[in-house]
Design a protein around this ligand. Sequence first.
Ligand SMILES: Nc1nc2c(ncn2[C@@H]2O[C@H](COP(=O)(O)OP(=O)(O)OP(=O)(O)O)[C@@H](O)[C@H]2O)c(=O)[nH]1
Ligand SMILES: [Mg+2]
Length: 488
Amino acid sequence: MIRKTKDAINSLSRSYLDKASNFVSEQTEQMSTTLERLNDRRICLGITGLSQSGKSTFVTSLIDQLINYKTSSLSGFSPVLEKRLMGVKLLPLSNKRIANFPYQASIAGLKKPQPNWPSSTTDISGCVLELKLQKTATPLNPFSKENFSLFIEIRDYPGEWLLDLPLRNMDYARWCGQCSAQFNREPRKQILGDLLLDLQNIDPMDPVNFEVLAELQKRFVSFLEQCKAGEHPLSLIQPGRFLMPGQIEDKTLLYFVPLLKVGSFTDGQLEAAPENSYFKVCEKRYKDYIKQLAEPFYKDFFSGIDRQVVLVDVITALNSGPLYLDDMRQALSNISDSFSYGPQNRIMQLFTPKIDKVVFAATKADQVVSADHSSLVKLLESLVDHAYKTAQYEGVPPTTEAVAGVRSSIEVEHEGDAALSGFDTTGAAIGYVHPPIPAFIAKNTTDQGFKDWNIPKFNPPILPDENQAVPHIRLDSVLNSLVGDKCS
Ligand SMILES: Nc1nc2c(ncn2[C@@H]2O[C@H](COP(=O)(O)OP(=O)(O)OP(=O)(O)O)[C@@H](O)[C@H]2O)c(=O)[nH]1
Ligand SMILES: [Mg+2]
């Protein structure tokens, strides 16, 4: 008995000591992180992009380029050009609650004899890159050999979650109204099929039938899945966690649907709805969803960003037609209201962080010949128009680029035309000449110009040497725009 009690006390004190030591080490890490930020030696890079825009590939390649900086092609990154980059280390985030970014798995996949793309992201993760740099020589210190470290924090997350950010500023009734307008238009109307009528037929004031609600929610999730996975994927897919829940303890948070008749009631009528009505039950779950999932995601992930790259898969949207381009434009505009742009200084950045540099990048540019990259960038500028102008207005002039995290094609000539050649997912050689990329597509046009352009999906290139970094397009220039000024 005495021995059992002693064991229990020992194990209790051990767990207490473990917790205390974890707490102390977290606090110490936190303090050193804050000091590095104060010294202007730590920045948080926000890799922003809708689902499948190429975020994880971009991050994997960026790390690979930096770790292999001696042989990779980073001549557009000033410390490499000036030979002041002395070393690069990949570290875990100081926040131990966030999983490590799966760099090793992703890069191993890209460098296999039969390479594959990184898996789609299902939860948040992060890492820190420590760049050991030599200070730039100054007139007072022309032979400077002084070194310092710049810490770059990077986080990755499922793109779906991004579209939960705009919901933070929208109450349930307004969200229902927005859905109603969207669902009555193509292409969503057709994808919804009978579900449209079934959602329209629910009287928000009726007592809720939980079985019916659960069934509707299941069909609603399947509708969202079709919006994402169809031949032409849509961008504005909400709520994001319905598709990619991550780790959620209380699954009832997900059990609501948009009630499409809500618009025919006044605010007063909705306010006075019975507690057990469809409206009140769905409204409560929607509010809990925002409070427990969307808000923490914003607080832990977005509010601390210092510098941002927004990745946009312009080519897939262009290929899907004007309706899809408009949908992407709308989605990007909605999320951009959650980004806080503005010039910053070191002290203010600790309390009210703002994004003081932003790069908008059209991804997967290796699918288009280089002569058309400038048109791709023009199209990108029209898609991110809202965020671009907001950043500009706030005194943060954006940069735009056409990039590829992993360049999977080479440019060749085919019967006098510039063409692209690479490998498909089965390893077979493929190549194509594509129609010229337009620099501009009018809003609300019905011209379906690019719908017939069947873009073959390139597999990552087979590398002759796995110690060599993966080929890319303009990652060095993006890196320089984002952190070049912090490297001297
Ligand atoms: N050709 C080409 N395809 C790319 C490139 N980057 C990504 N892709 C393609 O786009 C797909 C999605 O890329 P990811 O990096 O997983 O995109 P993500 O934004 O992380 O996606 P989620 O995690 O689902 O939000 C890949 O599976 C590739 O098919 C690139 O540089 N070139
Ligand atoms: Mg990803």
